[in-house]
Ligand binder design. Structure first.
Ligand SMILES: CC(C)(COP(=O)(O)OP(=O)(O)OC[C@H]1O[C@@H](n2cnc3c(N)ncnc32)[C@H](O)[C@@H]1OP(=O)(O)O)[C@@H](O)C(=O)NCCC(=O)NCCSC(=O)C[C@@](O)(CC(=O)O)C(=O)O
Ligand SMILES: [Mg+2]
Length: 297
């Protein structure tokens, strides 16, 4: 299977309401790895057209340098979804994020429409990536087939607020109700070798709670997390950035691996712990996340 894991950082993706010019203008200055310009649930129904126009202007005239720019469009079956795609796709943001995808039929219709629009504008099909959001019980059941549908899908994410609503549960800070879905979605992403993003943490004032949740979802295997406020960036970035200790350990493993490889040794011990190929692979990932070139260690 084609290897699709991205090599650059995607720790934090900051949602910005698509009808808020000030927030849209300054969204990339806070240090998030990406911005999510939102036409969907952050925008009231009577603001949908205005938001689409504003986001289109921002994509053309604001420099989001250093940030991955993703636009979340409305669902294809709403009165706004098709027009969102018609206006946004020609501007080719780095990615579009598709909310509440539930079936292969939906994803196939959306990708067909995206590619029809690209054809009409003589645009390539391999530049703008597609992120799929899983936000309903049916979506969770179909997640692997959806994620695996097209090589343009390079990330999936869980929408915890909508999923909790669909499951008719009260979303608690410990995330128990959506835990199965988180794990299922991570596993589907890993099987497809694509990135996977966690849902937002809505309690903006609760820094400790955010840190705990970020640490938990990192352990589950998430690539990063959607966030809603600039104050959340530093905490999540920190959790997803390797510590000095982790970097030193990873460098030691990789160096030992290089030494042993020359002598034909594939399994050995570092500080009393067995090291074999998967351990080396994880150590390399730590160095990659810390922006350290193996040649420099
Ligand atoms: C939460 C709050 C109201 C708090 O307001 P506050 O007023 O207390 O904010 P303050 O901290 O005081 O702001 C200090 C300074 O930062 C600026 N500033 C704040 N937020 C900024 C920002 N986002 N972007 C750029 N700038 C920002 C602000 O303008 C000010 O600038 P300045 O005046 O110059 O000092 C505000 O942040 C906000 O609206 N957030 C975005 C909410 C949003 O997009 N929701 C939809 C996406 S979720 C969803 O749909 C669920 C999901 O689909 C998703 C999934 O999980 O993926 C699912 O189903 O789960
Ligand atoms: Mg949602």
């Amino acid at each position: 299977m084609e290897q699709k894991i991205r090599t650059f950082k995607r720790r934090t993706m900051l949602y910005i309401p698509g009808n808020n010019p000030a927030m849209l203008q300054q969204g990339s200055v806070y240090g998030a790895d990406g911005v999510l310009l939102d036409l969907e649930d952050a925008v009231a129904l009577n603001q949908k057209d205005a938001a689409r126009i504003l986001v289109s202007h921002m994509l053309q005239y604001v420099s989001y340098e250093g940030c991955e720019v993703t636009v979340r469009v409305n669902h294809i079956d709403t009165p706004f979804g098709e027009e969102d795609l018609k206006q946004i796709v020609p501007l080719q943001p780095d990615a579009i994020r598709l909310p509440k995808v539930e079936t292969i039929d939906e994803i196939s219709r959306i990708i067909q429409l995206v590619e029809d629009i690209e054809n009409a504008h003589e645009l390539p099909h391999d530049k703008m990536k597609i992120h799929v959001m899983i936000e309903t019980a049916l979506g969770v059941q179909n997640v692997y087939d959806i994620a695996n549908y097209s090589s343009r899908i390079d990330a999936i994410s869980i929408g915890g607020q909508d999923l909790a609503a669909d499951m008719q549960l009260v979303k608690t800070n410990d995330g128990i109700g959506i835990d199965y879905a988180r794990k299922q979605i991570v596993m589907a992403a890993k099987a497809c070798k694509i990135d996977v993003f966690d849902t937002v943490y809505v309690d903006v004032e609760n820094e400790e709670g955010l840190r705990e949740e970020a640490e938990y979802i990192k352990k589950l295997g998430f690539t990063g997390k959607a966030i809603i406020n600039p104050r959340q960036i530093e905490i999540v970035n920190e959790v997803f950035t390797p510590t000095e200790k982790e970097i030193r350990k990873a460098a030691k493993i990789v160096k030992a691996f290089e030494r042993n490889k020359k002598e034909g040794i594939g399994v050995f011990a570092v500080d009393g712990k067995m090291v074999d190929a998967p351990v080396v692979q994880r150590a390399l990932r730590v160095l990659e996340m810390a922006d350290i070139d193996v040649a420099d260690i």
